[in-house]
Design a binder for this molecule. Structure first.
Ligand code: SF4
Length: 591
């Protein structure tokens, strides 16, 4: 119940598909979504393969709650090997695509091998069509989505697609659905491009079986109370994520001039009040009572967003304080299909050198030009398309390139706190703020200034719990501010008819986290990759309330030692045998 127990496997080379049953013990061990996708991924992808080669697999997962009336349950997950970092990657997106894939009757979809020519995949319930996509290859994202609907003659279908960046194998190319929704991080769009898949269209018309609909209705109402009792949700509903700009600036950890200053004198031009003037439609993912997505509509630019990360990284981080210019960069990235976070943080480091200065023209024009060149791999764009590590090494600016394991920093300076630094250092896909978010509690005085242990424990627990949330799959903005709430176990149990406790869910999250680390260790990741770039341990934040704050290498080592030990990993960051046995992961460990 609430599951179809079905996996659709598509062979792109043979243009064939099969439907398989997902074993019940996999569901029990990994819950669904991210966990289940990770279990298949680690089992099936051989060591050392090229992420852009035919051996890489591309897995899309819906969650057990997807398609039900459980609040904020419409997101979907992608798991693959990242062409940007060379390690495990998962990313997710909202909108309505996930609901339709679930309604087509599938919990998991695996794309394998590669097509010889551009292809549009169309899943219409159990039927899979392989449609020649030569005519739409080369099109930008919004036009692609429109053309796919016209080509299939089905305006109601949902579309996941890439733009020119994905086709050109830009290593941080994103995947887009519902026009402005993106699974952006880590280059999943380039994996699509390498397989010559321009778009995946879905139409699903199956009812989602629910074990106890009456109980689910009751639990969903309870969940809404939990959601709206969270004081943070009100601002999210009114302004979206962009409301964080003012808060983060006031606290002093906004990325300013390549993560140097921490604050700008005034954020009024780019805060939520400024962007409120350009709000067009209010948009929402399926079944979400919060509807945080604000449609931007000004000067002919129409899209969802910009979100906080994009504003921070394309705004103060690049020294740009014009809200419409930031929106323009956002739209360009959406249209080319590129991650705004990695693009913005990498460009920040580049513009912090003498290589590109205003002598070369207006800064905003330089940025726009670099985005275009990157997406099309033209001139210097061919290097930029390789991502922060290659760019940092080429220009000898690795010490100040804001990245971990190759993934660009989100729009929070990690020097703000021990917990934020550790969260970035140990996130499964590289520098990421969505795996643990301890900073609110740190400012709230939850731990004494020198209580590193408490922070490490929180980060570890929250990583496991967020892995469980992404296995469900529910939106982090709605449920994820705190630790897992009982209501999620209740929603899962009444929907599936399975008996889930919070502890079971947390263990499933820990299993997923451990498995992703095992995969990445197999690909060469170890302690050496778990540090902040040098700048963040040697230089303090230059201005604002956190002036002088840095994260020394010594502190980073103390945190890593405690973190590894708590996780049951060895001193090099490799999961130990005892842990693997406790979690029942032996069959996933290959020599
Ligand atoms: S809070 Fe925002 S991102 Fe999350 S499900 Fe709702 S509309 Fe989507």
């Amino acid at each position: 119940m609430a599951r179809f127990h079905r996996l659709l496997r598509i062979d792109l080379q043979a243009q064939s598909s099969t439907i398989e049953e997902i074993p019940a013990h996999f569901e029990k061990m990994f819950l669904g979504g991210k966990g289940l996708a990770t279990a298949y991924f680690v089992n099936e992808v051989p060591p050392g393969i090229d992420p852009l080669g035919p051996e890489n697999k591309f897995i899309v997962a819906t969650g057990p709650l997807n398609g039900t009336i459980a609040p904020a349950s419409s997101r979907f997950e992608i798991v693959t090997k990242s062409p940007l970092t060379g390690i495990y990657l998962d990313c997710n997106s909202g909108g309505h695509f996930g609901q339709d894939l679930k309604a087509a009757g599938f919990d998991l979809l695996i794309l394998e091998k590669s097509s010889d020519k551009p292809v549009l995949l169309y899943i219409d319930n159990d039927n899979v069509s392989f449609i020649d996509a030569s005519l739409i290859w080369g099109k930008k994202v919004y036009e692609t989505e429109k053309l796919v609907r016209e080509l299939i003659e089905a305006p109601e279908i949902r579309v996941l697609s890439i733009g020119p960046a994905g086709e050109n194998l830009v290593r941080f190319a994103s995947l887009s659905n519902d026009f402005s929704r993106n699974a952006a991080r880590g280059g999943s769009g380039a994996v699509f491009g390498s397989k010559k898949v321009k778009a995946l269209a879905v139409r699903g018309s199956c009812d989602i079986p629910v074990a106890d609909l009456k109980a689910l209705r009751k639990s969903s109402e309870k969940a809404k109370t939990v959601i709206f009792n969270n004081p943070w949700v009100e601002g999210q509903r009114k302004y979206g994520t962009v409301r964080s700009v003012g808060i983060v600036n006031e606290l002093g950890f906004l990325p300013v001039n390549n993560f140097t200053d921490g604050v700008v004198p005034s954020v009024e031009s780019i805060n939520e009040i400024s962007y409120e003037k350009s709000i067009g439609k209010i948009l929402s993912c399926g079944e979400c009572p919060v509807a945080c997505s604000k449609g931007y509509s000004r000067h002919g630019v129409q899209m969802e967003g910009p979100e906080f990360e994009t504003v921070g990284l394309f705004g103060p981080n690049l020294g740009v304080m014009d809200p419409d210019e930031i929106a323009r960069f956002n739209l360009s990235c959406n249209q080319y299909g590129m991650d705004t976070i990695t693009a913005g943080s990498m460009l920040g480091a580049l513009l912090d050198t003498e290589i590109f200065t205003e002598k070369n023209g207006r800064k905003v024009d330089i940025i726009e030009d670099l985005l275009k060149k990157t997406a099309t791999r033209t001139g210097v764009g061919n290097l930029l398309a390789e991502g922060p590590v290659q760019v940092g090494e080429h220009f000898k600016i690795m010490d100040k390139m804001p990245q971990i394991k190759g993934l660009g920093f989100p729009a929070y300076d990690p020097r703000v706190s021990y917990g934020t630094s550790l969260a970035y250092m140990t996130a499964d896909r590289g520098a990421c703020h969505l795996r643990s978010w301890p900073v609110g509690r740190e400012f709230g005085g939850m731990w004494a200034e020198d209580d590193i242990e408490g922070r490490v424990e929180f980060v570890k627990n929250q990583q496991d719990e967020k892995a469980a949330e992404e296995s469900l799959i529910v939106c982090q903005f709605v449920y994820g501010i705190g630790l897992l709430d009982e209501i999620l176990a209740e929603l899962l149990s009444v929907s599936t008819g399975e008996n889930w406790t919070l502890a079971d869910m947390k263990t499933a999250g820990e299993r997923c986290w451990t498995l992703s680390r095992l995969f990445s260790c197999r690909e060469g990741i170890s302690r050496k990759d778990d540090y902040l770039p040098e700048k963040f341990s040697n230089e303090g934040i230059r201005k604002g309330p956190l002036k002088g704050k840095l994260m020394s290498r010594k502190i980073q080592d103390i945190m890593l030692d405690k973190y590894y030990s708590l996780r049951g990993w060895d001193e090099n960051g490799v999961p130990g045998e005892e842990l693997i046995k406790r979690l029942g992961l032996e069959e996933w460990v290959h020599d």
